[in-house]
Design a protein around this ligand. Structure first.
Ligand SMILES: [Zn+2]
Ligand SMILES: [Zn+2]
Length: 246
């Protein structure tokens, strides 16, 4: 039996950390999702991993839902939303993790909406360099970038191998590209400084092909919306990297 509040294609699962709402088919997981951590076993932590308080009958042990480490109540008292692990309610987290999760809420509250609303770009596919004006947006399930103009095509986020941001004042080219992010290749992700994003270059594999395709988008007339969209995409790239790296 299904609870009426559960959307189609989703199911509720109860984990030791709390109630989660996940896609019925695991292949439909959000590309930003994180797995639940393994909890540090009770025998391996006689003391709080933050303040070193010894656990006993009065000082009880709690596991941070994000990192799985053991803490006393004082060091692990905050309950914060953790949409990347699909928890329905806010969950207990240590100080460090609750900060990270709070920062991610901005992505979920604002930037994800910006991505789904879309922006208008000049798009070029492959190396042909033919430009087409297209609206680029993230699908509601977060798994695809949809590009719509005279033609339509889509890129699955899980098939993107690198994302580079192009910044204002630089002609896209070998040396002028400011690489914010190179998924799967580098751990280092720079913040890109104060320069405004003017475009983005993606490398991806289309379904059924191992060959890398290239897609470039450049800010068109509505610069404000497009720059916000690119900034949100930059944040999304970081989350995507973390999700793959776990
Ligand atoms: Zn403590
Ligand atoms: Zn933690």
């Amino acid at each position: 039996k299904k609870m009426s509040s559960v959307p189609d294609g989703k199911k509720l699962v109860r984990s030791p950390s709390g109630l989660r709402m996940v896609p019925e088919n695991g292949a439909f997981n959000s590309p930003f999702a994180l797995d639940e951590p393994q909890w540090v076993p009770d025998k391996e932590c006689p003391r709080c991993m933050q303040c070193d308080a010894k656990f006993d009958f009065l000082t009880r042990k709690h596991h941070c839902r994000r990192c799985g480490k053991c803490f006393c109540d004082k060091c692990c008292s905050r309950k914060v939303s953790l949409p990347r692990m699909c928890f329905v309610d806010p969950v207990r987290q240590c100080a460090e993790c609750s900060l990270v999760s709070q920062k991610e809420m901005e992505f979920y509250d604002k930037q994800l909406k910006v991505l789904m609303n879309g922006g208008t770009f000049l798009v070029s596919l492959g190396t042909l360099g033919k430009l087409e004006t297209m609206v680029c947006r993230l699908s509601n399930n977060h798994r695809y970038l949809f590009l719509d103009g005279e033609s339509h095509f889509e890129v699955e986020l899980s098939r993107i191998s690198s994302i580079q941001m192009l910044t204002e004042g630089f002609t896209p080219g070998e040396k002028d590209i400011h690489t914010y992010t190179s998924l799967l290749e580098s751990q280092y992700i720079s913040e890109g400084g104060n320069s405004r994003a003017a475009g983005m270059m993606l490398q991806y594999k289309s379904v059924g092909s191992q060959e890398l395709q290239q897609l470039r988008v450049e800010v068109a007339d509505d610069k404000k919306t497009a720059s916000m969209w690119l900034a949100a995409m930059h944040k999304a790239a970081k989350l995507l990297y973390e999700s793959r790296d776990q």
